[in-house]
Design a protein around this ligand. Sequence first.
Ligand code: CTP
Ligand code: MG
Length: 241
Amino acid sequence: MTDADAAPCSVGVVVVAAGSGTRLGAELPKAFVPLRGRPLLGHALDTVARLPGLAALVVVAPPGLADPTGPSWAGVDLPAGAVVVAGGASRTDSVAAGLAGLGDVDVVLVHDAARCLTPLEVFERVVEAVRRGAAGAVPGTALVDTVKAVDAQGVITGTPDRASLRAVQTPQGFAREVLVAAYAGGSAATDDAALVELGGHHVVVVEGDPMAFKVTTRDDLEHAERVLALRASTWPGGLPD
Ligand code: CTP
Ligand code: MG
């Protein structure tokens, strides 16, 4: 057996930022909406740029905003060597476009720009699980609410055991060839792991983080603003390591 601890590991990240943000209802596509004066995407990339082993980065932008010299990109620090490609109509299409622009790396992480405050530790846990041999790894958290299955009339049809459920986040990480094969299948899904699971691969859940929440609505954006305001007042010089 090879020593997984010693195995070198190059990481490629696809940040999907091509959604329109219908539920947020802002004037700009969601990833370009300002959060404390900088686009959500800028905050997301700040963390990605600090990821150990980062070898390639593709940002998937709305087709009309795929020029990183454009005014909407003010406040986004695109790391050197990063590539910007235009996304598609669905998240699945956008991830596929991002994957096509990614070079040859060992591990691919797919991350939602909308989860712009995801801590670096979550990225590292995902990479570590794949590096240690999982076909895929996703961050997840236990559910606090009991979940019901319902029919079209809203009548409850079942109560799944909450202990066996996880709410999953991004980044979701995979061995590159596994993810490329999953996307070659042409199916659609709301997350990347679902496509890999379809291929019969083992995808593990690693510990997620409340700060990996997705900015979906105006309330979420206000929550993110409050988190950053609190950080700025607690650590005026920036977050401690
Ligand atoms: N995304 C994308 N391309 C799409 C749709 C979504 O790159 N065609 C990205 C979004 O930019 C976001 C992530 O996928 O970072 C998660 O999607 P979601 O939160 O649903 O964002 P939107 O689709 O933009 O929002 P909404 O569904 O409210 O329109
Ligand atoms: Mg969407």
